[in-house]
Write a protein that binds this ligand. Structure first.
Ligand code: SAM
Length: 586
């Protein structure tokens, strides 16, 4: 049976016990209840100290679940995943652990045999599938509104309606964006009031030439016309936010109509909230709150800034030259040494990947180059590893590196971490074929990992992901082996700012840095189509600059770092290798 692990804090004062949970665990419990407590999932509680915004639970409603047998203490948990990942956690088939609010709630639904329930996952089951750093919509549901509710439970007193409320109202006013919108519009336009189809000769023609804004389809629910997991998550959160906003709901007519739609569509949403949530004493008086200004945008439109950095940064050569001139003050030599090698050892690929090699869609030459990349990475990790180490392959994809490490280091535990369920399932399949027993599988974003580990590795973790991996390694004072890629998509995030090192920060602004990072993506292989040698050379120089900044940042944190290149260097244009050994506590 699958397991759901939720965070609770048990507090006893004046002989009265209150059970608190975090906002994220509350949402998972809410979803579990909405699914009518499915028999194929067991709920477990993990007693811990909740760090931000605790929600009091109506524990009389949880008598059946809140028994000693189903409560574990986090520190004493036998299952490493409970200590390694942020709660809530979903354990699938006893061997995959999923973290992240939307991923957990999605999995609760995806595991239901009832196809009607699975429709909550939306078109092609893709609702809230993209990770929060790639999708504004997931970020809104999983981070932004959750943060507001957390802060309200930490005692935040509102003077203005939170931005998130205004953003949601504006989103509901935007044209509906859905994949099959023309089909929906035709069906809607060609139905009589009682739902019968209009005769063929009277049918209205709607095709792709009609601007989407002119289709008479409006938001009934958060993603358009169907009730989805996004409504399920946002309903309790926004209801709680409005409990803190005094009499402000009438100022948000579209949100108010959305609440009413959901209440009439499915009354259980309100009921579950009432059953589980203990409202806080009214902290807001009758005073009206101010309403902030926010840009009118659809929340589930792809963020052009995040998705297509090339569309966003129009780096001119003058800007690059200026940024490079500023760097010259540091009198650093930007190059990757080519001395260090984590040389080739013979790996029996036929043994490791028999089925993969046969069924691989990769041409032989690419397969060969991938193997060369993996050999360099694996050998560098082996040079740092000790028996008993916990080694994380961050952004593992289908687990090529992790599997190699598991074979080469049988006395170490290899944590295979990837946020795409399909890729992780492939990795698991191969580990099973090879009868590996030293791998554990975490389906989550890098940020959801909070455990201790000894070595962090990442091969071509895209853009900022490499910097999040390095941040994780510093947190756990772990050694690292990273081969970065996608320099052009580096973007500051709430917990990552550029430049990274103090030395670079002294001379470069964030924008200067991004011009250089953008230029680094021009490091194509020499001699390929459309490739000008001077552009490639500049790209290579900028790649070295970005990775030197990474090296300096790690050195400032007590690491000894080697910045070298994979061998043979042609095995990938993104061939830089950063190997860091933690040597001293600053
Ligand atoms: C370019 S692929 C590399 C895969 C693998 N390391 C390899 O070399 O074959 C990058 C992988 O990182 C995953 N990824 C990107 N950002 C992530 C994040 N924040 N957390 C977890 N995985 C992430 C993507 O899903 C993708 O599978």
């Amino acid at each position: 049976m699958d397991q759901l692990y939720l965070e609770i804090e048990i507090s006893t004062q004046n002989a009265e016990t209150t059970i608190y949970t975090s906002v994220s665990s509350f949402l998972a419990l809410y979803t579990y209840r909405y699914l009518n407590e499915p028999k194929n999932i067991q709920v477990n509680f993990v007693a811990t100290k909740i760090e931000s915004g605790k929600i009091a639970l109506r524990s009389s409603q949880l008598r059946r679940e809140l028994t000693d047998q189903h409560i574990t203490c986090r520190e004493a948990a036998k299952l490493p995943a409970i200590r390694d990942l942020r709660l809530p956690i979903y354990e699938k088939d006893g061997n995959t652990f999923i973290a992240g609010t939307c991923a957990v709630c999605r999995e609760l639904i995806a595991r239901q045999p009832n196809t009607e329930l699975r429709k909550l996952l939306g078109f092609k089951e893709s609702c809230l599938l993209a990770p929060s750093e790639a999708s504004i919509w997931t970020r809104f549901c999983e981070v932004d509104v959750v943060d507001v509710v957390s802060r309200l439970h930490e005692g935040l007193l509102l003077k203005a309606v939170p931005d998130e409320v205004v953003r949601f109202e504006q989103h509901m006013n935007e044209p509906v964006r859905m994949h099959n919108i023309y089909k929906q519009a035709r069906e809607q336009a060609n139905q009589t009031e009682n739902g019968a189809k209009i005769k063929r000769k009277h049918r209205v023609q709607i095709d792709g030439r009609t601007p989407k804004e002119q289709l008479l389809i409006e938001h009934r629910f958060a993603e358009g016309i169907s009730f989805t997991i996004a409504d399920l998550i946002l309903y309790p959160l926004l209801r709680i936010v409005f409990q803190h906003c005094g009499q402000m709901l009438p100022h948000f007519p579209l949100t108010s109509t959305w609440f009413s739609e959901i209440d009439s569509f499915d009354g259980t949403c309100a009921k579950i909230l009432g059953d589980l949530y203990v409202p806080q004493a009214a902290s807001q008086g009758e005073e009206l709150l101010s309403i902030p200004d926010c840009d009118a945008t659809s929340l589930y439109k792809a963020d052009p800034k995040r998705y297509k950095p090339r569309n966003r940064i129009y780096t001119s050569q003058a800007e690059v030259d200026l940024a490079l001139a500023k760097l010259s003050e540091l009198q650093l030599v930007f190059s990757t040494d080519s001395e260090h090698t984590y040389g080739q050892q013979t790996i029996d690929w036929q043994k490791i990947e028999p089925t993969h090699a046969k069924s691989s869609a990769l041409p032989q030459e690419r397969l060969e180059r991938k193997r060369q990349q993996l050999e360099n990475m694996a050998n560098a990790v082996v040079s740092l590893a000790q028996p008993g180490d916990r080694i994380v392959d961050f952004c593992s994809g289908t687990g090529h590196l992790a599997i190699l490490l598991a074979l080469k280091l049988p006395l170490c535990t290899i944590i295979v971490m990837e946020n795409k369920s399909f890729s992780l399932a492939q990795a698991q399949k191969r580990a099973l074929e090879l009868e590996l027993s030293n791998c554990v599988f975490y389906q989550c974003n890098i940020d959801y990992f909070v455990g201790r580990f000894d070595i962090g590795a990442s091969l071509h973790a895209c853009g900022t992901a490499t910097d999040i991996v390095l941040q994780q390694c510093r947190r756990s004072v772990a050694h690292f082996v990273c081969c970065p890629c996608c320099y052009g998509s580096l973007q500051p995030m709430p917990h990552i700012s550029y430049p990274l090192s103090q030395r670079f920060q002294r001379v470069l602004s964030t924008n200067d840095y991004l011009y250089i990072a953008h230029t680094a993506d021009q490091a194509h292989e020499m001699g390929t189509t459309n490739c000008k040698p001077e552009t490639t050379l500049q790209g290579l120089q900028c790649m070295s600059i970005v990775d030197t900044d990474r090296k300096l940042q790690s050195e400032e944190a007590g690491y000894q770092v080697i910045l070298t290149r994979l061998k043979p260097e042609q095995c990938t244009p993104k061939n830089h290798l950063l190997v860091g050994r933690f040597v001293k506590q600053n």
